[in-house]
Design a binder for this molecule. Structure first.
Ligand SMILES: CC(C)(COP(=O)(O)OP(=O)(O)OC[C@H]1O[C@@H](n2cnc3c(N)ncnc32)[C@H](O)[C@@H]1OP(=O)(O)O)[C@@H](O)C(=O)NCCC(=O)NCCS
Length: 148
């Protein structure tokens, strides 16, 4: 993980982050939805990069008063299992706390065990399950929360 830098993302990074989004999900967001979310006043995006590989991962959240909501986190396929999501999630959790959030929430597909393992490792617990939450394939959403 040491050779990747994690930092806040800016509008110049939008295309690179979207290319990670597009290759990371079976049902990626459209570019327009991705950009709209990025430009939302409550949104904060972080990314992982190095000078050889460019942007290899990103995470997005919204901080609304004392609650932070993770919108998305993804790492390019070839760069997984190197601790990059670990680093980005730590960055996001401490940034949200610094900005006054006391709790963090997220939703994850029932079948996404790598992501669930990541969140459990960082102290998230299951709050509830929303049946058939995802309109694309009807999958359940697991809602998880952590104290910051
Ligand atoms: C989930 C995802 C972001 C993890 O990224 P990553 O950089 O590979 O994760 P890390 O290497 O930082 O792993 C951190 C922890 O996550 C868990 N984890 C990550 N990948 C895992 C896998 N394939 N199987 C089991 N646990 C996994 C482990 O607990 C791991 O800690 P450990 O290495 O000490 O065991 C990545 O698999 C991804 O981009 N998936 C597609 C997009 C996605 O589903 N995003 C989540 C949306 S809710």
């Amino acid at each position: 993980m040491s050779n990747f830098n994690i930092r806040l993302a800016y509008k110049e990074d939008l295309r690179s982050m979207y290319s990670v989004e597009k290759t990371s999900f079976a049902y990626p967001w459209s570019y327009d939805s991705f950009a709209e979310n990025f430009y939302n006043a409550f949104s904060v995006y972080v990314l992982a990069e190095n000078e050889y590989d460019g942007v290899v991962g990103f995470g997005g959240m919204q901080i609304i008063f004392d609650e932070a909501h993770i919108m998305n986190i993804a790492v390019k396929n070839d760069f997984r299992r190197k601790g990059i999501a670990d680093g980005m999630l730590c960055f996001m959790m401490s940034y949200a706390k610094e900005k006054g959030a006391a709790k963090m929430f997220l939703e994850v597909r029932r079948g996404n065990s790598p992501a669930q393992a990541l969140y459990l490792k960082h102290g998230f617990n299951v709050l509830t399950v929303r049946k058939n939450y995802y309109s694309d394939n009807g999958e359940d959403a697991i809602i998880m929360t952590a104290e910051l």
